[in-house]
Design a binder for this molecule. Structure first.
Ligand SMILES: [Zn+2]
Length: 280
């Protein structure tokens, strides 16, 4: 479904001869972004596209749905890839990286776990001349005119595994998207403690909708209008959990605003800078 009402009203206003509004509208038109939650089975990969440039948050478990999806879209180059944490379902896709798609920078949140997977990905990055950079709370990734800021985890926190996922806030100053990787309730609680405003219009639900994530206080603070769960069709973990779906329904007050890759395949959102985020 495409909802372009705000843009339509902006254009209508232009026709009424408002010069100032016209220039603002033109600038908005030149800054649009797409957020693709790729269907990668049981895992996570989010493709961020803005003004013809591409970046990735996580890389799914393997090439299926990941490299296939990038090649189908004929993407030659990624500005960066942020790996939330080195678990197979988030970083495994990079093991099949053949260098045909150039990646400028590989950012990652934690290297405390990951072992051979992490080492193999780092080796490939070195082979293909990609800079490898560890990030923590406050780090800003290039995505102008949007701001892409890492909110978790801070330097003083030493959580491991899912709770160490690098969580990314993307904002245009008015509208926001929050990608939390596999953060569970412990990580979410830490984030609540050190953050003021966490509101996000679009939320990637933590840990594939597991019952160990998405505490009600966290969801209430984020107060999303849309929520996306990335999970494999009929996965053996039972993701997403019924409890999580119930909590999302309480907070969003509309189950049709909860999207699931296991049921719907890849999911796309359109974002017009300063105007809003819409499901397509
Ligand atoms: Zn995961």
């Amino acid at each position: 479904m495409i909802r372009f009402f705000p843009l339509f009203f902006a254009l209508s206003a232009c026709l009424c001869g408002c010069q100032e509004f016209a220039s603002e509208s033109e600038s908005s038109l030149s800054h649009s972004a797409q957020i693709h939650f790729l269907d990668v089975g049981q895992g996570l990969s989010v493709l961020l596209e803005r003004n013809g440039e591409f970046a990735l948050y996580d890389a799914g478990p393997d090439s299926a749905g990941f490299w296939d999806s990038l090649h189908t879209r004929q993407i030659p180059h990624l500005n960066w890839v942020l790996i939330s944490h080195f678990h197979r379902d988030h970083a495994g896709g990079l093991l099949e990286w053949d260098g045909k798609i150039k990646i400028d920078s590989l950012f990652y949140g934690t290297d405390a776990e990951g072992g051979p997977l992490r080492d193999s990905v780092f080796s490939l990055a070195e082979k293909f001349g990609t800079a490898v950079v560890k990030v923590e709370r406050g780090y800003k990734l290039p995505c102008s005119p949007w701001t892409c800021q890492v909110l978790w985890q801070p330097e003083f926190s030493h959580l491991n595994g899912n709770n160490a996922s690098a969580a990314l806030q993307i904002t245009d100053g008015i509208y926001s998207t929050f990608l939390e990787g596999d953060l569970e309730t412990q990580g979410e609680a830490g984030l609540l403690e050190i953050s003021g405003d966490l509101q996000a219009d679009l939320l990637q639900v933590g840990h594939h909708g597991s019952k160990t994530s998405s505490s009600l206080p966290f969801l209430e603070r984020v107060a999303p209008k849309y929520a996306v769960i990335s999970a494999g069709k009929k996965n053996s973990y039972g993701h997403p959990a019924k409890e999580t779906l119930r909590k999302l329904e309480i907070v969003l007050r509309d189950s049709s605003k909860v999207f699931r890759t296991d049921l719907q395949g890849s999911i796309l959102f359109e974002w017009i800078f300063g105007k809003g985020i819409w499901h397509r």
